[in-house]
Design a protein around this ligand. Structure first.
Ligand code: URA
Length: 254
């Protein structure tokens, strides 16, 4: 089990916000293996260390990390009058946690988008991976309606690598995209794009600005974690510890 910061452990296990638990720790009310600890940044392995607050044992609630291969036709919202939600396939412990309101998706995919969707109870991880300042790479497979010449392919690649102006859509504001990487596959009209932000209908709007239309979209990876292609659309499994580390890996400095 990887080590975690003491304040994060306590905060994740119901002892209040990070600042509240820091106060708790500084007041000398927290012990690790019987010794009072005052350092909120201390890294501990909760499987090996017994923690107490006011002499009561802290029961560690493990976070759940699920890799789902989203199927087309499902929505990422928790309730939808007509359409199936991505949570409909959950069973057992995952379903119980979802019903308690503890599970949410890390970002959202459109109704017709397939592929990698992470569901988790870990709100801090969710925040880290969706915060725009962290610029987490997300890679998509894209099929385009209109065939493009070699010249256009290069043109798309160049424009996307510099960032393009994207018009507003409904209530969603206009924006200038951050540099994205486009690669063309052997198959005609098929490419992969890596983006570093999470704007509404981002990929569809980018290609619409280039004068084309996305006919199929699938998320292949998030940060360093790739979709397990053995997962059938609409099925899920828990992440391994190594996969969780890939998902939460720090971005390399330029
Ligand atoms: N961009 C889109 O246009 N749709 C998605 O589902 C994800 C990214």
């Amino acid at each position: 089990m990887a080590k975690e910061r003491l304040d994060k452990i306590l905060s994740n296990n119901g002892f209040g916000s990070r600042s509240q638990v820091k106060h708790l720790i500084r007041s000398g009310r927290v012990c690790a293996d019987g010794q009072v600890v005052y350092d909120a940044t201390l890294h501990l392995d909760t499987e090996e260390t017994s923690l107490t607050v006011d002499n009561e044992i802290v029961v560690i609630k493990k976070d759940l990390y699920i890799m789902l291969n989203k199927k087309a036709g499902t929505v990422c919202s928790t309730k939808d009058g007509e359409r199936e939600t991505v949570y409909a396939c959950l069973e057992g412990e995952a379903l119980r946690r979802y019903e308690k309101g503890q599970i949410s998706s890390i970002g959202r995919l459109d109704l017709d988008t397939e592929g990698l969707l992470i569901l988790t109870s870990d709100g801090l991880l969710n925040h880290r991976l969706t915060s725009p300042k962290n610029m987490i790479p997300k890679k998509y497979l894209v099929l385009l309606e209109r065939q493009v010449s070699n010249q256009e392919k290069e043109d798309y690649r160049q424009k996307l690598s510099q960032g393009i102006f994207v018009r507003a859509e409904g209530k969603e504001a206009e924006f200038t995209s951050l540099p994205a990487q486009l690669e063309w596959n052997e198959t005609e009209g098929e490419c992969t794009i890596t983006v570093y932000e999470g704007k509404y209908h981002e990929i569809k709007r980018l290609f619409a600005e280039l004068g084309n239309k996305v006919t199929y979209l699938k998320r292949l990876s998030m940060n360093k974690l790739k979709l397990d292609e053995n997962l059938e659309p609409g099925t899920y499994r828990e992440l391994t510890q190594e996969e969780l580390e890939l998902l939460d890996a720090k971005q390399e400095e330029e």
